[in-house]
Design a protein around this ligand. Structure first.
Ligand code: BES
Ligand code: MN
Ligand code: MN
Length: 461
């Protein structure tokens, strides 16, 4: 049987298995789901074993486990390490889901006329990671695996891959490979394939602003004592100027300037501002002056408030001048900016600009560095040819605004480059209610991956 025949014959089962995987709520951020996360690792392990991988194991960490497996067919052949994550973002707000986040259903949409799987993790990243296990199963079953393969599927990506760096340090030999292959990003559209050549870094901070030592009556004290919510709102607003430039001193110092030529090139990628606005139901876009939407979401650093709370938010009105206010703030970073340095600059600036009427506490969360991948490498060329083959169209190199901090770490610790061959769409609502993943995309991924292996073996020589 040819590989294509094998994939066609087992199509339905490939989907059923993914749906089973999506039913386990592997929310890494919430300790209440710890057992489910462990169950998901077991599921992935079993599927790797069934597909024919050797030395499959669940590697314990101080947090959630990492699933490892391999098939070494000939040590003289190149080795591809497949990285993915089986953990998912929390599903809330639950009431905005049209079906249960862990009760996958298939629905047709305008962008997914063949149907899309609705479930948390369908696209990010269970669906995309599972494509690799099925492609591997197919290659092995039809005796057409062209390279050695290693799998490392982790359970903490959505909480910053906190233990993966140490795992890589301690297992350099086990993880030795020629390239890392990741499907955890998107393509421009189903008729416009693209390969991700850049990811942004991240600095994530939580701030606490304290005014008076207790909640106060807003009539008795209001007007005379600083309200920490008012102060925090002003402080956040002042982090950007009228051109939406970030005002933190030194913030842009290390930003690599992208050449006019490269900017011209990247703006040639198909993009409709009207479709973009319609999809989001917004009257206009917003962002740093002098840059296009494509640039604002890829080559420029940004600052966003992710959450803000404090005071009374229950029913009705309670007149209160609260003692405390909080916010979570993220900054997306670009190549050459250091996450630690930016976190420090933020902290200093926030402390320096706080009025004497409040105290501020700044607590850094996880962060990570940006990454760029070159296009003149065998791995990029292999991904390019594979996509060209299965989409019938040459893929476009595109930088993404998202972050996968482990990519920079792989290069630092293992000395290995990553190729980002993802198959999601930006409109698939990852991290949002009603996340979905197209059946077209799932099967296209399973079909394309074996070509990557074939071309990589040819080009790597
Ligand atoms: N798969 C995403 C990153 C992504 C999404 C890259 C779309 C490109 C296009 C990943 O799971 C993710 O969500 N990363 C986090 C960072 C992490 C440290 C929590 C992110 O980008 O917010
Ligand atoms: Mn992901
Ligand atoms: Mn994610």
């Amino acid at each position: 049987m040819s590989l294509q025949q094998y994939l066609d014959t087992h199509k339905e089962r490939f989907l059923e298995e993914l749906l089973d995987l999506l039913r386990i709520p592997s929310v890494s951020a919430d300790p209440a789901f710890k057992d489910d996360v462990a169950k998901t690792a077991e599921f992935v392990k079993d599927k790797l074993v069934q597909a024919g991988a050797d030395n499959v194991e669940i590697c314990k960490t101080k947090g959630h486990p990492i699933v490892y497996g391999e098939k070494i067919i000939d040590s003289s052949l190149p080795t591809v390490l497949v990285y993915g994550h089986y953990d998912v973002q929390p599903p809330d707000p639950l009431d905005l889901w049209e079906s249960g986040p862990f009760d996958p259903v298939i629905k047709k949409t305008k962008l997914h006329p063949e149907g899309a799987i609705y479930a948390r993790g369908s696209c990010d990243d269970k669906g995309q990671a599972y494509m690799h296990i099925k492609a591997f199963e197919g290659m092995l079953a039809t005796d057409s695996l062209p390279c050695n393969i290693k799998f490392m599927i982790e359970g903490e990506e959505e909480v910053g891959s906190v233990h993966l760096g140490q795992f890589c340090e301690e297992n350099k030999e086990k993880l030795a490979c020629d390239v890392i292959l990741v499907s955890d990003t998107s393509i421009i559209a189903n008729d416009t394939p693209s390969i991700t050549v850049g990811l942004r870094g991240l600095s994530y901070i939580e701030v606490e602003v304290t005014g008076p030592n207790r909640d106060l009556h807003s009539g008795v004290y209001g007007g005379a004592v600083a309200n920490p919510i008012n102060v925090l709102a002003k402080m956040i607003a002042s982090l950007q100027d009228e051109n939406n430039h970030i005002t933190i001193p030194g913030f842009y110092d290390d930003v690599l300037v992208v050449s006019d030529d490269e900017r011209k090139q990247m703006n040639k990628a198909p993009f409709s501002l009207d479709d973009y606005k319609n999809d989001l139901d917004i009257g206009d876009v917003h962002g740093e002056k002098g840059y296009t939407t494509l640039e604002r979401t890829s080559i420029r650093p940004t600052l966003d408030c992710n959450g803000i709370w404090g005071g009374y938010i229950g029913d009705g009105a309670k007149t209160v001048l609260p003692s405390k206010a909080y916010a979570k703030i993220s900054m997306r970073l670009v190549p050459n900016q250091s996450s630690d340095k930016i976190t420090e600059l933020f902290q200093k600036h926030f402390e320096n600009t706080a009025p004497a009427s409040v105290k501020v506490k700044v607590s850094p969360h996880h962060g990570g560095e940006a990454a760029v991948t070159p296009t003149d490498t065998p791995e990029y060329q292999a991904a390019y040819k594979a996509m060209e083959k299965t989409f019938g169209k040459a893929p476009i190199p595109a930088r993404s605004g998202g972050s996968i901090p482990i990519v920079a770490l792989f290069e630092k610790v293992l000395g290995v480059k990553t190729v980002l061959m993802g198959f999601g769409l930006n409109s698939d609502a990852i991290h949002s209610p009603n996340e979905h993943y197209g059946l077209f995309n799932y099967y296209k991924g399973i079909e394309t991956i074996p070509y990557f292996f074939q071309y990589y073996r040819e080009l790597k020589k």
